[in-house]
Design a protein. Structure first.
Length: 259
């Protein structure tokens, strides 16, 4: 069983890719919606939440945990790996492939404050900052827009223009989505970019990495089995069904709990 954890709905962008690659697996998706967004919260708080969710997963019999949240990965994944006998797969802004494939040598990174402060991002940035110009934009308000189902509203589009237009004006030919909520805004981002830049979603490579961890080199993949997913959330307000069904292609039944 695979556990997928995010501060809210963003990790569903990773979950749906995992299901594409491994539809035969069983999943538990955990949204910490009662404490979303994580972007500006203290590191200690995020670590505490990550530990509680990890212990919940362990009680449920999870074998591998995908921390499908860039901010939680930056703040907590090192601690989790040190304190739990469990395989953890995290997220990081795909700065490396953007830097290596950029022809204009200008790339844009759209992420949260917590992700930009993380050691993993800072270490990767240090390796490539001499080769490319990196334009960072903190996507304040975008997580909330996705959580509320405002994927195409005027205010959301205005925010996206605010963050992405300066990247395009400086010639960015790759834009990295450094938060798992942002792929749900892909349609509007593509309109703004208008084919002039490659938009990098880190979810597909993460799903392939999980597959390799579990089944790399094996011939006995249970491809004839249909898996299932149980969805949990700490959010007391039921999520809007329209955004979930539109984005994930199926109705999702949530179990709300206090954790």
């Amino acid at each position: 069983m695979i556990g997928v954890y995010d501060s809210g709905l963003g990790g569903l962008s990773v979950w749906r890719e995992l299901v594409k690659v491994m539809p035969f697996e069983d999943y538990i998706y955990f949204s910490d919606g009662g404490h979303c967004p994580y972007g500006r919260k203290p590191v200690d708080f995020i670590v505490e939440r990550a530990c509680k969710v990890t212990e919940f997963f362990i009680e449920k019999g999870v074998d591998l945990i995908v921390v499908a949240c860039n901010t939680a990965t930056a703040a907590a994944i090192s601690y989790l790996r040190e304190h739990y006998q469990m395989t953890f797969v995290g997220m990081e802004p795909a700065l490396k492939p953007a830097a290596l494939h950029s022809k204009s040598k200008v790339i844009g990174i759209l992420a949260t404050a917590g992700t930009f402060k993380g050691k993993l991002y800072q270490n990767t940035l240090a390796k490539y900052r001499d080769d490319v110009e990196v334009i960072e934009a903190r996507g304040d308000g975008l997580v909330e827009a996705v959580e509320s189902g405002e994927l195409h509203s005027e205010s959301t589009v205005s925010l996206l223009h605010k963050y992405i237009d300066p990247m395009m004006e400086k010639g960015a030919d790759h834009i990295v989505l450094g938060c798992t909520h942002y792929p749900f805004l892909m349609e509007e981002i593509e309109k703004i970019v208008d084919g002039k830049a490659v938009i990098i979603d880190p979810a597909p490579p993460v799903s392939r990495h999980v597959y390799d961890l579990l089944y790399g080199g094996k011939s006995d993949v249970p491809s004839d089995r249909k898996g299932s997913t149980v969805f949990y959330s700490t959010c007391t307000t039921p999520y809007k069904a329209d955004i979930l069904e539109r984005s994930c292609g199926q109705p999702l039944q949530w179990r709300y709990l206090s954790l």
